[in-house]
Design a protein around this ligand. Structure first.
Ligand SMILES: *Cc1c(COP(=O)(O)O)cnc(C)c1O
Length: 399
């Protein structure tokens, strides 16, 4: 194998897009009176709520905290079960464990990696009652929310959308995060996501009770406002801890960045869409590679990731070899995700990945290629040329 060291910049699979307006917004916040729990947190929450078309947004320290708070707010507790797809980031399942609930896995489509109504139906038939279901809009493609929510409701389970990949996606004309078919949706503002606050997350909901519980959970289980107190207030210092909560607050510095980034979201989305379309065109010419399936009718992806399915057996190289060879050409790639029931922690709790053939089939073929707004117009050409060359080397090997 030829060792090619590229002189072009290394392309990670994803990265943030920070400009001078973002920097100025953070600097301004840094000079202000309140660095946390101040007006910039509320402003970010309002801007997000408006963008999503939802009643309440509660911004928190990260997406994992948002999942924890959302599960708690819909009543997930000790001994309960939350159904999560077998292909997702660990946090979707772990947040159930934080509450001493079990994560029960549902299989996903082999070609799209998404939960669907029939797969959820099977997971729900696979044990006792389920408190909540957490569909994941993997790579930014909304799952079939109508189908999934109908099945969940028929079983008395709440629906918490893990929308960490899907800010800017739409389902049947409504933004993901509008929660028209779910109890709540959860976002992340990690730097690889659409909009970043460094670390950050949010819960979106139309339900006043879920919103109140999530807010209380974010800050130690404390309440201050007179209307929420259990006892009459003896004075202005008074607060009550009404349950066990955490410090999941986000700072004003972070929310200043978040609001500034949110103003750029449409540009980010347009850029991601255009780059994805270019990838689609270029990849049509490359043997043994195809884009992952598009997802359900009427759903518009937010293009968090550009993932392909590669028939590595036909190529004659392992995925590890392909990733290393791409890296030598200055191109990063990643696998989203290892099936969660295959993790040692969940195996020790009785999970068996062999029971999720769709997830295993998706996992063995998937690879995420660089996709982020700052990619240049011709970067997809460079990535696909490198991928085609690396895969062709495999064919040479196996001859
Ligand atoms: C990023 C992500 C999370 C967790 O978000 P953090 O902000 O990193 O805690 C949860 N679920 C999915 C699907 C994600 O991509």
């Amino acid at each position: 194998m030829a060792l090619v060291t590229s002189s072009l910049p290394f392309l990670p699979y994803g990265r943030q897009a920070i400009d001078e307006t973002d920097v100025a917004a953070v600097v301004e916040a840094l000079r202000s009176d309140l660095l946390t729990t101040g007006p910039r947190v509320e402003a970010f929450e309002r801007a997000l709520a408006e963008r999503l078309g939802v009643r309440h947004v509660i911004a928190v320290s990260n997406g994992t905290a948002a999942l924890h708070a959302a599960y708690h707010a819909v009543g997930v507790g000790s001994g309960d079960t939350v159904v999560v797809p077998a292909i997702t980031f660990l946090a979707t399942a772990n947040a159930a464990r934080f509450l001493d609930a079990e994560a029960r896995f549902a299989d996903v489509g082999a070609d799209d990696g998404l939960l669907a109504a029939d797969l959820l139906e099977r997971a729900l038939a696979d044990g006792g009652p389920v408190r909540a279901v957490a569909p994941v809009h993997l790579t930014g493609r909304p799952v079939d929310l109508d189908g999934v929510a109908a099945v969940a409701r028929a079983h008395g389970a709440a629906v918490i959308e893990d929308a960490c990949h899907a800010l800017g996606a739409t389902y049947r004309g409504a933004p993901i995060g509008a929660c028209s078919r779910s109890d709540a949706a959860v976002l992340s503002f990690h730097p690889v996501k659409h909009v970043t606050t460094g670390e950050g997350g949010a819960i979106a909901t139309n339900d006043d009770t879920i919103a109140r519980r999530a807010r209380r959970f974010r800050s130690h289980g404390m309440v201050h406002d007179a209307a929420s107190l259990e006892s009459p207030s003896p004075g202005p210092w008074y607060y009550e801890q009404q349950e066990l909560g955490y410090n999941y607050r986000i700072t004003d510095l972070q929310c200043a960045l978040g609001s500034s980034q949110l103003r750029r979201l449409d540009d980010f989305l347009a850029r991601r869409r255009a780059l994805a379309a270019r990838y689609d065109t270029l990849l049509a010419e490359v043997p043994h590679v195809r884009p992952i399936a598009r997802g359900p009718e009427g759903a518009e992806s937010a293009w968090h990731l550009y993932a392909v399915l590669i028939d590595f057996a036909a190529v004659g190289r392992t995925r590890g070899e392909v990733m290393l060879a791409l890296r030598e050409r200055g191109i990063g790639s990643q696998v989203h995700y290892i099936p969660v029931p295959a993790q040692p922690y969940y195996r020790r709790r009785g999970a068996d990945p062999a029971r999720f053939p769709g997830a295993l089939r998706y996992y063995e073929r998937t690879l995420s290629l660089p996709l982020f707004p700052a990619l240049r117009d011709d970067d997809p050409d460079r990535v696909v040329a490198a991928l085609a060359a690396v895969l062709a080397e495999g064919a040479d090997h196996s001859r």
